[in-house]
Design a protein around this ligand. Structure first.
Ligand SMILES: Cc1cc2nc3c(=O)[nH]c(=O)nc-3n(C[C@H](O)[C@H](O)[C@H](O)COP(=O)(O)OP(=O)(O)OC[C@H]3O[C@@H](n4cnc5c(N)ncnc54)[C@H](O)[C@@H]3O)c2cc1C
Length: 391
């Protein structure tokens, strides 16, 4: 397992830390530590401008290969980038679905023309993406997708159906949509992976109000919406969609550890100030949170070390971080004590930690629920029999 960084990596750390020090200033200073979990509705226009500023500095898509316009940063440097970004209080990235999911998927599965068409907008922070996977009847069981794609007389693909929980759809220019190309097909066969512009008459976005009172995600309705492209062949959708999920669980999740450290530090500061740190049960939970975060880092480093094929250690990562973060939200409330129950003004004037508590309930759902993670660990990691499926 690799736990240290080389001198060149540390020089890279200095470079990004210095750039952030110089640039998270002026109009962007107000964005520091904003736009994270439970705060994702704040400063959307300013955060879009920040995304483009970051791009102008050459700091979007650092892990993409140089041939497609990225920095070609090594895994270690990507870890460093995400660490320093969070340490500096870099705002929640509005471009993360394009940079972390759509882009790598296009790089892996897209044609040269598709790369030329879509990657520059992600690199420059001018075109934002959302993920159209989940549907009312297809979440954990994604293969149950019902959204249809049919070809018209000109060979153009038209998409009809409903997606749900689509994060940032209201801010996005593009959506990648998993839809059924063969109406007779079942499960993971007969699906396609489509790129659909959000700016057309056949697309309707309806916000869903969350527990936090904000609307980070939406219902999205497609009514004969024109797909600009299909990635891979009709019927390849499952392969492409699963390739993308690999990126979702990859290095882009690492930056959050530093953000978690920021949150834990704030909770410890409050516990010291209000005396909660003197309560043995709270001290114990703070110590557990600290230990859990260290373990998360070692796990991430192990995951990113080349342990060869068959290494299944990465399978525990999502379950660990999501459960840890949910527990941190609960710890924050107990450290605050009765103050945690008071809302400044009805209906939803929440403090950052109140929002954190509510938002972290969703960490154990999106990107694969905890139950699904346990199934994956059991079946793929431990080789246990596959779960029985109902008829
Ligand atoms: C904040 C947030 C943002 C999201 N953003 C997006 C997005 O941008 N795009 C997108 O496509 N989706 C998004 N999602 C949707 C997310 O991927 C789904 O919520 C998730 O896959 C679970 O699906 P579901 O909600 O349909 O729940 P269901 O699949 O109906 O599950 C309900 C419950 O049953 C359990 N369960 C289901 N199957 C099994 C099983 N086989 N074994 C044991 N237990 C099981 C689950 O663990 C869960 O507790 C988002 C969700 C959240 C909360």
């Amino acid at each position: 397992m690799k736990l240290t960084f080389s001198a060149a990596d540390e020089a890279f750390r200095e470079e990004i830390a210095g750039w952030l020090r110089d640039n998270l200033s002026g109009e962007f200073a107000q964005l520091k530590f904003r736009g994270g979990p439970g705060d994702e509705h704040m400063f959307p226009a300013e955060r879009k401008r920040w995304e483009q500023h970051l791009a102008a500095g050459g700091w979007t898509c650092v892990g993409w290969p140089k041939e497609v316009g990225g920095r070609g940063a090594s895994i270690e440097q990507q870890v460093i980038f995400f660490e320093e970004y969070a340490r500096a209080g870099g705002p929640g990235r509005v471009g993360h679905i394009g940079e972390g999911l759509a882009g790598p998927t296009l790089i892996a599965f897209g044609s040269d023309e598709q790369k030329q068409r879509y990657l520059p907008g992600i690199l420059s922070g001018t075109e934002l993406w959302c993920q159209g996977y989940s549907e009312p009847g297809a979440g954990s069981d994604l293969a149950n997708v019902r959204t249809r794609a049919r070809q018209d007389a000109n060979g153009q693909w038209l998409i009809s159906g409903q997606k749900v929980w689509t994060s940032l759809a209201h801010e996005s220019d593009w959506c990648f949509v998993v839809a059924r190309t063969d109406p007779e097909s079942q499960a993971h066969r007969g699906l396609g992976f489509f790129l659909v512009s959000m700016h057309q008459p056949g697309v309707t976005v309806r916000p869903i109000e969350q527990l936090t009172g904000t609307s980070e995600f939406n219902e999205v309705f497609f009514d004969e919406a024109v797909a600009a492209d299909i990635v891979g062949a009709p019927g390849d959708g499952w392969k492409v969609a699963m390739g993308l999920l690999g990126f979702e669980r990859g290095v882009s999740t690492l930056g959050q550890q530093m953000q978690f450290q920021n949150e834990l530090d704030e909770i410890i500061r409050i516990a010291r100030d209000n005396g909660a740190a003197q309560v043995p049960a709270i001290r114990q939970r703070i110590a557990e949170a600290h230990t859990g975060l260290r373990l998360m880092r070692y796990n991430a480093m192990r995951m990113l070390s080349d342990n060869g094929p068959g290494d299944s250690s990465a399978l525990v990562y999502k379950l660990h971080w999501s459960s840890w973060h949910r527990n941190l939200g609960a710890l924050a409330m107990d450290v605050l004590g009765p103050e945690a129950d008071i809302i400044e003004a009805a209906p939803y004037e929440l403090t950052r930690l109140q929002s954190l508590f509510l938002f972290t309930r969703s960490d154990t759902l999106y990107g694969g629920t905890n139950q699904i993670q346990r199934n994956i660990i059991a079946e793929r990691g431990l080789g246990m029999p596959k779960e029985a499926k109902g008829r």
